[in-house]
Design a protein around this ligand. Structure first.
Ligand SMILES: N[C@@H](CCC[C@H](N)C(=O)O)C(=O)O
Length: 336
């Protein structure tokens, strides 16, 4: 028997599987099949999820574990900011440590426990890096140059500018007004750039942001490998950096930013030096369910209400109470 955790950061929902607790770790094709089965909104478990977070052992110094991210469609992402907070919490509790590193596909990232956001709403800060702008570091093409920073792209939309940043998973960001935020463009563009296309051959996470005031944004993301999610941690981090770069009078390096999203709110701090940019992402790491299942069902990608035993924690109610206490975005928004 093995225990999986259902977790979320800003309602970006995942199943967390610690492979070190299994007699036989799942192979990559088994992980893909499990992600596709468990996360399905209709036929998966507990109304599905946005992906699977896989925890493996790491042999790097001062690193408590390795995180892999399998999107709902079975593709693998190099990073996941909301997911890393929940993996950090899991490892913090497993190893009784509040500050350590987690190995990800491209870097060992510093994480630390923070004060709870509210009663029973634990919070973690995670490093988001490396940051890259150059098209040789992440594939995009036919966009007019080596980088894309605050530039119009008529093929995407009239009257908007776009910024491409990899952190290191790829993001395309635009600052928009309320009408565009609530219109069909984000879904249409996100779907188009995640089918075979000439601009982003590996797909891209697309975020639209509304500026609410100094160091405050609302961000909505259409995720590669998933579709619309309640929040994307790396998306909000990359958008915070784009905000400081393109709107320096409103978005400030080195100051805490507040980023609202459809699933709640996170804080970010963007740092710039000659050598590199880094971002801190701070937010909830909530554990909603414990799922006990036979190893064989995992290997067979058959984790359902019928094959697993599910226990619900009290943390979702605490998180919802925390979100209910947040100011409404329309009350904060500056007039456009
Ligand atoms: N939701 C995540 C990002 C997950 C990966 C993304 N879909 C990709 O393929 O890059 C986050 O919180 O960062």
């Amino acid at each position: 028997m093995v225990v999986l955790h259902k977790v979320h950061g800003s309602q970006n929902r995942f199943f967390l599987l610690d492979q070190t607790t299994l007699e036989q770790p799942l192979t990559d094709p088994e992980l893909v099949a499990l992600a596709q089965q468990m996360t399905h909104p209709k036929t998966g478990l507990l109304n599905g999820a946005d992906g699977i977070l896989v925890v493996n052992a790491s042999n790097h110094d001062n690193v408590l574990g390795q995180m892999r991210v399998i999107n709902a469609d079975g593709s693998e992402a190099s990073m996941c900011g909301n997911g890393l907070r929940t993996v950090s919490r899991y490892l913090a509790e497993k190893y009784h440590s509040n500050q350590f590193k987690v190995e990800t596909l491209t870097a060992d990232l510093q994480v630390s426990r923070q004060s709870d956001l509210a009663t029973d709403v634990p919070a973690f800060s995670v490093e988001i890096s490396p940051v890259r702008f150059n098209q040789t570091a992440f594939p995009f093409d036919h966009l007019g140059g080596e980088t894309l920073i605050d530039a119009p792209v008529r093929a995407f939309a009239d009257g908007l500018t776009f910024t491409a940043i990899a952190v290191p998973n790829p993001h395309l960001i635009s600052f928009v007004d309320t009408t565009t935020m609530n219109g069909p463009l984000l879904g249409d563009l996100g779907a188009r750039l995640n089918r075979p296309n000439r601009y982003f051959p590996d797909g891209v996470n697309v975020s639209f942001a509304q500026i609410l005031g100094p160091d405050q944004l609302f961000v909505r993301t259409f995720e590669r490998g998933v579709g619309f999610t309640n929040a994307c941690g790396t998306g909000m981090s990359a958008t915070s950096l784009a905000f400081a770069m393109t709107h320096p009078q409103l978005g400030h390096f080195g100051r805490q930013m507040t980023i609202y999203n459809p699933g709640g709110m996170v804080k970010t701090v963007v740092h710039h030096s000659k050598a590199r940019d880094t971002i801190e992402l701070i937010g909830n790491a909530t554990e909603t369910h414990l799922i006990t299942v036979d190893d064989a069902q995992l290997h067979q990608a058959n984790v359902t209400e019928a094959t697993a035993t599910v226990a619900t924690t009290h943390e979702e109610a605490a998180y919802e109470a925390f979100v209910a206490g947040l100011p409404s975005v329309s009350a904060i928004a500056v007039k456009e």
